[in-house]
Write a new protein. Structure first.
Length: 106
């Protein structure tokens, strides 16, 4: 019985670490999506996107009346022993270029 417990505990710790990393990746994706949406809206309104929060790389393109913003970042493993392993998280957002008149007649 003690042997089974001794083998189960490291397995449970590994599962807990994997779940922690999965939640971290999900939270990072939500933040990246928010940054991408903000950058796309800013450029669509004729502005310049502000600096991205730490760790995020932003690429904004304007083509055929659409603004496409892609945000990427690297997320390291949550355990110092696995620091060489990273996952890339990216999010895309698209916004239509707004006219200066906002639909109103001059």
């Amino acid at each position: 019985m003690l042997l089974e417990v001794a083998l189960a505990i490291p397995a449970l710790v590994a599962v807990a670490i994997a779940l922690t990393w999965a939640v971290s990746l999900g939270a990072t994706y939500v933040r990246a999506l928010d940054v991408a949406q903000s950058a796309a809206r800013q450029v669509a309104r004729g502005g310049v996107p502000g600096p991205a929060p730490g760790g995020f790389d932003t690429d904004v393109r304007v083509e055929a009346g659409l603004v496409t913003a892609r945000v990427t970042t690297e997320v390291p493993a949550p355990v110092p022993l696995l620091r060489g392993i990273t996952a890339t998280v990216s999010a895309d957002a698209v916004a239509a270029v707004e006219s200066p008149w906002n639909g109103a007649l001059p």
